[in-house]
Design a protein around this ligand. Structure first.
Ligand code: A2P
Length: 334
């Protein structure tokens, strides 16, 4: 791979920081790197490969001479600036939801639909974090037994909502432990010691009663897996976990799969770790997955209420496979 001129838009954010760490860790061949953020970060510096680099303010002209831009600066920013990058000949890998359902934009999980990347016209979308870890596990089951329906409930970490949300979790935890009333500014209600079935934390719900995060899981799963017939229903919940999304997933298949067959299929699948032994109380949790590149699966069992369905528990680092790692894997494919 020849060295690339890389821009990171949103470099100061929770995901942007992870993008820099993953680029370093995977020895991405970089000719130059440009760190972009809002005017709020002008004058600040970040370290990349041991060198202090200035943050530049993201603008229409930021992408001249750049080959690849990794965006994680929110949907509005992507919607506004990704077209300028693409016009300048720079391929955008966008972590926001702005372009994901655009029919002209590939939505890619490298382990699931790597070939989709070839059709890009300058912008490639990185899927929703909860969707990535789920489709990674669904794909081998779909190939083996054709998935008919998926019922998923998520337990999503606060880091997925950005740095202000993480600060709020920490501040509220401290206040609650001191017996003081926690202050809410990011989340609609207290997140410390609580669970909130509303993602995102504002303007979440649409006419059918679902949240937009839930509909992302429904629509993105079909697009990534290239099969509109897969029925998905989701309930997405924010929990007071720092990093690592967990999911309870029920999968109904056309052909019956035993729990042993599912274990065997997933054990053979790249970047998935089966951590599942009820006799030893072994299952993955968010803390096991945080900081790791793999997606973990446990609690695999046959659904006693259905002749052909499997229940399981899927856990992954929402900032890594759910965001930065998947984006860097796409960039590596480019
Ligand atoms: P900044 O730090 O300058 O606000 P998080 O998800 O952790 O909250 O991070 C969001 C990221 O997106 C940050 O890097 C933030 O930069 C960046 N960002 C937000 N709005 C803009 C904008 N209008 N232009 C450029 N970067 C933005």
């Amino acid at each position: 791979m020849s060295s690339k001129h890389v821009a990171v838009a949103g470099a100061t954010g929770v995901v942007g920081q992870q993008m820099l760490r993953v680029l370093e860790d995977r020895n991405f061949p970089i000719a130059s790197i440009k760190l972009l953020a809002s005017a709020r970060s002008a004058g600040k510096k970040l370290t990349f490969r041991g060198e202090e680099l200035p943050i530049e303010v993201l603008g229409e002209d930021s992408f001249k001479g750049m080959d690849i831009a990794l965006f994680s600066a929110g949907g509005d920013t992507s919607e506004k600036f990704a077209p300028f990058a693409a016009k300048a000949g720079c391929v955008v890998v966008d972590n926001s939801s702005a372009w994901r359902m655009d029919p002209e934009v590939p939505l890619v999980v490298p382990e699931v639909n790597p070939d989709a990347i070839k059709a890009h016209k300058g912008i490639i979308a990185n899927p929703n974090c909860s969707t990535i870890q789920m489709v990674q596990v669904l794909q081998p089951l779909h190939v083996a037994a054709t998935i008919k329906r998926v019922v998923v409930s998520t337990y999503q970490a606060v880091s997925g909502a950005g740095s202000a949300a993480l600060n709020e979790l920490m501040a509220q935890t401290e206040s609650a432990l001191k017996g003081e009333a926690p202050e809410c500014s990011v989340f609609p209600t207290q997140i410390a010691f609580n669970c909130i079935p509303q993602i995102p934390h504002s303007n979440a719900f649409i006419d059918n009663g679902y949240s937009t995060e839930e509909m992302k899981m429904v629509n993105e799963t079909k697009k990534i897996m290239g099969d509109d017939s897969i029925m998905v229903t989701a309930t997405t919940v924010r929990v007071p976990v720092h990093t690592g999304h967990s999911e309870s997933v029920n999968v109904e298949t056309l052909t019956k799969l035993s729990a042993a067959q599912v274990r065997e299929l997933l054990e053979k699948t790249e970047n998935i770790i089966v951590m599942d032994d009820p006799s030893k109380d072994l299952f993955p949790t968010a803390i096991d997955a945080a900081g790791k590149y793999d997606t973990y699966v446990g609690r695999i069992r046959e659904d006693i209420s259905h002749p052909s369905a499997i229940d399981m528990w899927i856990v992954s680092d929402n900032l890594l496979k759910g965001a930065a790692l998947n984006a860097v894997q796409i960039a590596e494919m480019l």
